[in-house]
Each structure stands twice: as structure tokens, then as C-alpha cells.
Design a protein around this ligand. Structure first.
Ligand code: NAI
Length: 332
């Protein structure tokens, strides 16, 4: 199991690489960045776990060497937000970074599972897909937008509302839609642990808003020094760990992720009907298997208020997706 981190020396990249090194299912770990990756690699290589670690920089075909033989590629490369910025403000710089890295994957490790963390995820996932189409190696089952941090935040914030932090490991809330502001839609009515009946509608709205804009709390607290890195590394390692377990044959793993709806035609078509819009990408609970996406689940029974949140997400989500697709422009 070779895992590769592109952007491995960054705020997310370093702790994510540490957590992947700590995963005994990983036998090879390649770290690529435009700076500092060899140092990070040597540091991690002293940890007594199975993964053999190597670091690569751009000269001497570093990207190609890092990607050769890759099974899972995680991409946290690119600039993070500063106070006042939306994720879409990152597009200008990160779109080009992700396109170039995707080109490297498409030419060197086209069968790898690609896990996109770089924002804006609603646009960078379509960028990876379009690059793969251009190279004739597109398999929608293998490309994922990592929305796990929204799920992790939902578990944490719901357990806080329940007044018991120790519940956070077992609280599970599906989060659907996309990964930015109003496109993040937590389905609290499907929480494994129901909200207290005493919680009024205004308090539920506060909770929903906190899950949607939780990233802003971190951006504000870091005060110009970036966005979520440690919680994102935790979430990224969680998601990568699930993909690795599924690829190694474990069945029944279901987790929300932002995928191309063609990856499971039946599920994708049913989901389009449910949301009432012909989108190509959406985040929904997805069952993972040896070949990636096995089944895209629907939204299930949602409340009228949750339906309104889904409706409110669609215009921004659709515009973000189109922007990503247009950036690469595959000639028809
Ligand atoms: P950072 O600035 O600390 O690290 C980014 C790393 O990418 C740096 O080490 C930089 O050298 C590297 N890099 C830049 N261009 C590169 C290239 N062409 N090839 C390889 N590496 C390259 O940023 P941080 O905080 O680690 O965030 C990274 C990305 O993750 C941002 O776009 C951020 O918005 C996103 N993010 C996504 C989240 C999610 O839930 N999906 C949550 C938090 C952040």
C-alpha cells in the first residue's frame, strides 16, 4: 500500500503524513512538496512503523518518482484562507496547482485513488476529473473530495450540544452537498444521537451555522496564520484510512465524500432526482470498495428545513463545479 502526499511539508501535509506513517496498513509513504519534503521524510522515517518513507522535490522528476506505484494520493497542496477570504478566493492560485499535480497523477499513477483536500474542493475535484478525462484515464469511482472535516466537526459540535464530549467518537451525522459555507448541509435529523427535545429551532440554526462555518472559527483564531491544519490532518487520515481499508477488502464502509455522480450511475441518477438538479458532483454518504465508489446513497428521509438547506446549496455548488470544469476545458 503506497500512499503519497502532495503538499507534504505544509500545515496539513506534515501532520497528515505523520498520521499516515502511524497507519500500519501503509507500507510505503512518498512525500512531495516544492519545499522541505526531504527533511519531513527523514524525520518521519525514524518512527518504528512499517511504512518506508521518502521525500521528493520538483527537480529530477521528483513528482514522477513520488507517484510511481502509488495506490492512494492525498492532495493538501495550495494556499489556505486568511481572515475575510472565502474558499472560492483560493481558486486563482490553487486551481493551477491542482491541475498540474493531477496531470502528474494521470500520467504516472492513473489507477491511484485521488483524495483532494486543496480548496475550493467544490471546484478542485472537477479539475482533477477533467485533467483525467483529457488524458483518457478518467474513472469517476477513484476521485474523492475530502469533506470529512465537516463530518468530524458535526460530531464534535453535536456532542457539545448533548453536553457530553465523550460522545463525540460515536456521534455520527451525515453531511451532504459540498465543502464551503452554505453548500455544507448537515442532516441533523439523521444524527445517530438525537438532539435534545428542549433545543429550540433557533438553537438548531446556530448549530447548523457552526458546522457550515466552523472553518471560519479557526481562520479567525489563527489570525492570518492560515486555516485548519491539525483537525484537517486528522480528518484526512480518517478518510484515507477508510479508503485503504476498503481497498484491502473490508466491506460495508460508508462515509460522506464529494464524488462524481457518474461513479455509481444508479445511485447518482437517484440522487439527482432527489435534489432536483442535474449536478455532476455532490457529497453524499458513499460506500467504498476495492475499486473505490461502490454505491452512492441517497439523502434518506430529510425534514422540510433540511430540504431548504439543500436547495440553498445548489446555486453555489453548481457555479463552483462549472468554474472547475471550465478551467480545464475538455474539447468535446
Ligand atoms: P500550507 O500553506 O501550510 O501548505 C501548503 C503546502 O503546499 C506548502 O507546503 C506548499 O509548499 C505546498 N505547495 C504549494 N504548491 C505546490 C505544488 N505545486 N506542488 C506541491 N506542493 C505545493 O496550507 P495548508 O494549511 O496545509 O492548506 C492546504 C490546502 O488545504 C489549502 O488549499 C486549504 O484551503 C485546504 N484545506 C482544506 C480543508 C478541507 O476540509 N478539505 C480544510 C482545511 C484546509
Amino acid at each position: 500500500m503506497k500512499a503519497v502526499v502532495l503538499g507534504a511539508a505544509g500545515g496539513i501535509g506534515q501532520p497528515l503524513s505523520l498520521l499516515l506513517k502511524a497507519n500500519p496498513a501503509v507500507t510505503e509513504l512518498a512525500l512531495y512538496d516544492i519545499v522541505n519534503s526531504p527533511g519531513v521524510a527523514v524525520d518521519l522515517s525514524h518512527i518504528a512503523t512499517p511504512a518506508k518513507v521518502e521525500g521528493f522535490l520538483p527537480p529530477d522528476d521528483g513528482l514522477k518518482k513520488a507517484l510511481t506505484g502509488a495506490n492512494v494520493v492525498v492532495i493538501p497542496a495550495g494556499i489556505p484562507r486568511k481572515p475575510g477570504m472565502t474558499r472560492d478566493d483560493l481558486f486563482k492560485i490553487n486551481a493551477g496547482i491542482v491541475r498540474d499535480l493531477a496531470t502528474g497523477i494521470a500520467t504516472t499513477a492513473p489507477k491511484a485513488f485521488v483524495l483532494v483536500i486543496s480548496n475550493p474542493v467544490n471546484s478542485t475535484v472537477p479539475i482533477v476529473a477533467e485533467v483525467f478525462k483529457k488524458h483518457g484515464v478518467f474513472d469517476p469511482k477513484r476521485i474523492f473530495g475530502v469533506t470529512t472535516l465537516d463530518v468530524v466537526r458535526a460530531s464534535t459540535f453535536v456532542s457539545e450540544v448533548l453536553g457530553d464530549h465523550s460522545l463525540s467518537l460515536s456521534v455520527s451525522v451525515p453531511v451532504v452537498g459540498g465543502h464551503s459555507g452554505v453548500t455544507i448541509v448537515p442532516l441533523l435529523s439523521q444524527s445517530s444521537h438525537p438532539l435534545p427535545a428542549s433545543l429550540d429551532a433557533a438553537a438548531v440554526d446556530v448549530l447548523i451555522n457552526r458546522i457550515q462555518f466552523g472553518g471560519d472559527e479557526v481562520v479567525k483564531a489563527k489570525d492570518g496564520a492560515g486555516s485548519a491544519t491539525l483537525s484537517m490532518a486528522y480528518a484526512g487520515a480518517e478518510f484515507a484510512g477508510k479508503v485503504i481499508r476498503a481497498v484491502n477488502g473490508e466491506k460495508g464502509i460508508v462515509t460522506p465524500t464529494f464524488v462524481n455522480l457518474a461513479s455509481d450511475k444508479t445511485g447518482g441518477d437517484a440522487l439527482r432526482k432527489e435534489i432536483g438538479k442535474n449536478l455532476d458532483y455532490f457529497s453524499a454518504p458513499v460506500e467504498l470498495g476495492v475499486d473505490g465508489v461502490t454505491k452512492i446513497h441517497g439523502l434518506g428521509k430529510i425534514t422540510p428545513a433540511e430540504k431548504a438547506l439543500v436547495d440553498a446549496a445548489l446555486p453555489e455548488l453548481s457555479a463552483n463545479i462549472e468554474k472547475g470544469v471550465a478551467f480545464v476545458e475538455v474539447p468535446k
